[in-house]
Design a protein around this ligand. Sequence first.
Ligand SMILES: *Cc1c(COP(=O)(O)O)cnc(C)c1O
Length: 405
Amino acid sequence: MTVTAEPRQIYLDNNATTSCALDVVAEMLPFFTEQYGNPSSIHAIGAGVAPSIHTARQRLQALLGAAHDTEIVFTSGGTESDTTAILSALRSLPERREIITSAVEHHAVLSVCEYLAKNEGYTVHVIPVDNQGRLDVKAYEKVLSDKVALVSIMWANNETGTIFPVETLAQMAKAFGILVHTDAVQAVGKIPMRLSNSAIDMLSLSGHKIHGPKGIGALYLKRGVKFRPLFRGGHQERGRRAGTENTAGIVGLGKAAEIAQSGMIDENTRVRNLRDRLERELVARIPNAIITGDPEQRLPNTTTIAFEFVEGEAILMMLSRAGIAASSGSACTSGSLEPSHVMRAMDIPFTAAHGATRFSLSRVNTDADIDRVIEVLPGIIDRLRAMSPYWSAAGAPAAFQPAYS
Ligand SMILES: *Cc1c(COP(=O)(O)O)cnc(C)c1O
């Protein structure tokens, strides 16, 4: 195999995944070699692994501010935690046939809810958001009742970074005996949490979103909350998640949690400043650029900017050629480029939603990364707009001329 030197890549897609921290990898390595034992075994080779798993559990407990380390159940990632939480709640309260969720959830939640509505007859209340991505709390309040088994509403949105008032929502749901789950995959490590004083029953997190390894995550499960496991078999995780432990992954997730906790201040100062500068400079240099999401309640690392009259996919390709990795709000649906469900839920104008581009930073980004984006992106948008039928040669939106009617 030949390895050619690549120009340094600037990675601004940390909400999709992050690089695994070297300290995390270093802690994991022995669990592939000398410490290969099965922690359920009686002999020393197996039993020797158990303390490391215990340490990882405590590190996650600390990051979440949970009351007990036994409230942490290791899973294969955010998707498994989401599915486990949702199905567990429904099976724990079988007489209740309604679910409340939001219009901007990750597909790991939305698809499960859609499936349950379609195939199991559940009524799913999908709470809308306004054009800044803020949840319609009045609409939420209206559908709360003792017919609802589960509220599953994310802590922070992966596309816009908008933070929902999950604690308030959870307290409102408690009055009706509803089980409350939050997908906190994007919030963990970026927002301080104290679950010991919280009305939240279940919370999902994922290793690879916090500079840990892929294929490992956790479900926080408050002590005393009714639970039905998704996987049955072995007694691992106190019978809550059968299957031989992903020991290296668990150790890696624990280390990533520890680093995230100590790096939270950096995330909320330096990383936030980088993000704010990127936004400020791009909006100053590029006309018709709309910053999406809640201007106040937003993750420090995330910005999605909708560039009007250009295709997000084209922006990403040209950025990629310049060595910059970002992502678009669009998902490719059956060959046609559809704006994402998040942009649609926010009612971002069609001409802008198509140009939505997400930059998600992390603690590995530098000032130089941001300088480079500010340097190349205005030219890219100019070139793409020059080819757009909706953008006049004068450098402004052309009179809107639908190509078809
Ligand atoms: C990435 C992500 C997930 C899925 O997590 P995996 O560990 O990749 O399964 C779920 N929810 C949100 C908000 C995410 O960003």
